[in-house]
Design a protein around this ligand. Structure first.
Ligand code: 5GP
Length: 207
């Protein structure tokens, strides 16, 4: 039976640690590919074009939209963010699980197009812990922290649209749990239609 790749969408509040989690998942287990998004936002210090994001001018991004080169895109804090289609399709066809680390509007659009996509939401253990992590980063002003905390409250309304939540308390435990959920998702009937149909046909031949 040929293993088909799953498109995995990971969302979560800013500060929930989804970036670290995804990085660790890919380091620890084989078979995952991380999609690199395109964005019109400016690179932050230390970010490299083609590593964190493909940094595009607005016109270049709009060209991509016009060519249908993006699976989805969203406007977030005045910038475009979008998922390039080619890479994702290629990796899925090769049987790899592809991870998209995107926000909720994008997650919804992905689910509309890829019914088998697996939607996961990363949560902090508590709101106080989320604040502590945001403050602890030391990179955000008080005003930005307040803005992100308010945004978290708004984003929390959409959590039921996801299939699983994972609580990022201890990183390694959380990574293992994430991997187990994905392994289990491979075994749902909906993601194994071809295999099931083949067995049915074989069984009919036995009669
Ligand atoms: P940041 O600017 O902090 O890197 O990302 C801001 C938000 O955009 C995060 O919630 C991130 O998950 C989301 N994001 C990153 N890439 C994409 C994308 O390709 N599509 C969508 N819809 N959201 C994205």
């Amino acid at each position: 039976m040929r293993r088909k790749g799953i498109l995995i969408v990971i969302s979560g509040f800013s500060g929930a640690g989804k970036g670290t989690l995804v990085k660790r998942l890919i380091e620890r287990y084989d078979g995952y590919s991380l999609s690199i998004s395109a964005t019109t936002r400016q690179p932050r210090p230390g970010e490299e074009d083609g590593r964190e994001y493909f940094f595009l001018q607005r016109e270049q991004f709009e060209q991509k939209i016009a060519e249908d080169g993006l699976i989805e895109y969203a406007c977030y804090c005045d910038n475009y963010y979008g998922t390039p289609r080619d890479y994702v399709e290629r990796q899925l066809n090769e049987g790899r699980d592809v991870i998209l680390e995107i926000e909720i509007q994008g997650a919804r659009k992905v689910k509309q197009q890829y019914g088998d996509a697996l939607l996961l939401f990363v949560m902090p253990p508590s709101a106080a812990e989320l604040r502590r992590r945001l403050v602890g980063r030391g990179t955000e002003s008080e005003e930005v922290i307040e803005k992100r905390m308010r945004r978290a409250a708004a984003e929390a309304d959409g959590i039921e649209e996801y299939e699983y939540i994972v609580v990022n308390d201890d990183l390694e435990t959380c990574v293992a749990q994430l991997h187990e959920i994905i392994l289990a998702a491979h075994n749902t009937p909906g993601r194994n239609r071809e295999f099931i149909e083949n067995i049915r046909t074989e069984l009919e031949g036995e009669e």
